[in-house]
Design a binder for this molecule. Sequence first.
Ligand SMILES: Nc1ncnc2c1ncn2[C@@H]1O[C@H](COP(=O)(O)OP(=O)(O)OP(=O)(O)O)[C@@H](O)[C@H]1O
Ligand SMILES: [Mg+2]
Length: 163
Amino acid sequence: MGLYGRTGRGKTYGVVAIVKAWTMGAGLRALELNGALVGPWVPTWAPWQRTLARLRGLVRQGGPAFEDALEELCRAPLLVIDDLGSEQAPKVPPGSDWAITEVLTPVLDTRHDAHRATLWTSNLDPIQLTDRYQARIVSRLIGMAPAIEMPVHLPDRRIERGL
Ligand SMILES: Nc1ncnc2c1ncn2[C@@H]1O[C@H](COP(=O)(O)OP(=O)(O)OP(=O)(O)O)[C@@H](O)[C@H]1O
Ligand SMILES: [Mg+2]
């Protein structure tokens, strides 16, 4: 399932609520810090920009670390990709962008085939996501469960609360 819409509308908040319900139902524990879930925890939380930066670092390190991290993203019983599209837009076509071909595609393909749940949030709507990542990725994301738009009339809660 995905939540998309403008900033501050509660997409991350909504997904955190789902993850909490999921972990409680599964008898697991999720730790929370300042409204964000932190480890050790079973659902894998992947703030997308930071996750890609970390993975690039692991590639530079060499050795099996990158493959291990990718495997974790593929195998996590529940994966949350938070803020998909927040990373810098690729300067090359999606078909030759490393983050898309070496990370997003294998992760989503594997998870889709294994029926593992993936939740995601994005400021981009499905049409913009298709422009960014190509239809194949968006088909995997939306094929697994629907994408829901946060109601456009909602206020930006950060501005409202002076955050
Ligand atoms: N239903 C709610 N009740 C109380 N607080 C909320 C609710 N929804 C969101 N908030 C608070 O509003 C702020 C913004 O919400 P959130 O971070 O989920 O927005 P977002 O849509 O993920 O924004 P972005 O696109 O910038 O990531 C957070 O501090 C969050 O705790
Ligand atoms: Mg968010």
